[in-house]
Design a binder for this molecule. Structure first.
Ligand code: UTP
Length: 306
């Protein structure tokens, strides 16, 4: 079972409350906050589409209709732009609706990322699928998802993306214990430890917001009790699959492998990273960079040294 099936579907959970970004997220969903001139979620759906995942299921919460609207046609607006002959704006308005077949399912209340993924069970069925967190952006040149899909093809089971952080930061993240494989960029995950003490962390590699899950994850999630913060955690279910594979305990999920990621990742759910992402993306845009970068240099000169 573990090696069967192509990955064609992406699940993108966006139903979290976004409390770190209040009051902006009181009415506007976190993933609709613009990074330069596109909502964060559009970059994520673009990433899924360019990895060949043309079926994208958003897991949305209350008051998040703007997210699904963003990926629908906007007929009135399109008609007005056509009447004005503004082809450039028309293309910008249409682009999100042409990226992929985007549908959604509602999570009744935000009971955790694991619970959000479980809401996709019916849509996904018995196929492996990708999970992309709506507030984690991956650099355009880094083909992380394609590498993860290839790893799934080779090893079966579920695949996590691992990124190295400085040792003193490890206690803020989910950390992986692993063994090497014959591929230097892929490891066999033996355990996942949420927010370990730095002295007890088995590695400096953290789990970031891209996953390829074996459909057996759904049965495991149904049995996964609420963990940290009273929420059903995806990491806990992946841990069950990793440990079951290591100990040959009754769950047939094909184990968990990790793709080592050394590219750029932007956690736009976090204020510091959100600001950095905006500046970095603006600096790499040919239409904005010349003027913006020279302003930025001048502005930095005016700041007191800290
Ligand atoms: P986070 O914990 O980072 O996001 O969840 P949050 O809860 O929205 O933000 P804060 O911590 O309150 O500021 C990681 C991802 O999982 C989704 C979130 O939308 C985010 O993309 N999520 C989380 C759900 O879809 N449902 C949940 O019940 C929890």
């Amino acid at each position: 079972m573990a090696h069967s099936g192509e990955v064609t579907k992406a699940v993108v959970p966006v139903a979290g409350l976004g409390t770190r970004f209040l009051p902006a997220t009181k009415v506007t969903p976190k993933v609709m906050m613009p990074v330069v001139d596109k909502p964060a979620i559009q970059y994520v759906v673009e990433e899924a589409a360019s990895a060949g995942l043309s079926d994208v299921l958003l897991i949305t919460g209350e008051g998040q209709q703007s997210i699904t609207d963003h990926f629908e046609r906007a007929y009135d607006l399109e008609a007005r732009l056509t009447a004005r002959g503004n082809q450039k704006a028309l293309a910008q308005v249409r682009a999100p609706s042409e990226l992929a077949k985007v549908s959604y399912v509602r999570q009744d209340s935000p009971r955790g990322l694991g619970h959000a993924v479980l809401c996709a069970a019916e849509h996904v069925g018995d196929e492996p699928f990708a999970v992309l967190l709506g507030d984690d952006l991956i650099g355009k040149r880094d083909d992380l998802l394609a590498r993860m899909i290839a790893a799934r093809k080779r090893y079966g089971g579920s695949i996590v993306a691992l990124m190295e952080v400085p040792h003193e930061q490890i206690s803020s993240y989910g950390c992986a214990a692993f063994k090497p494989t014959d591929d230097p960029d892929i490891v066999a995950v033996t355990d996942l430890i949420e927010k370990p003490d730095a002295s007890e962390a088995p590695s400096n590699w953290i789990v970031i917001g891209r996953y390829v899950c074996d459909p057996s994850i759904f049965a495991v999630l149904r049995e996964t009790p609420a963990g940290r913060g009273g929420e059903i955690q995806l990491t806990d279910a992946l841990r069950t699959l990793a440990i079951a594979d290591r100990t040959r305990a009754g769950v047939d999920g094909g184990g968990v492998h990790g793709v080592l990621f050394r590219g750029r990742r932007y956690d736009t759910g976090n204020k510091q990273d959100f600001l950095r992402t905006t500046v970095e993306f603006a600096c790499s845009r040919p239409d904005l960079a010349p003027e913006f970068v020279s302003w930025l240099r001048e502005y930095l000169e005016t700041l007191p040294q800290t």
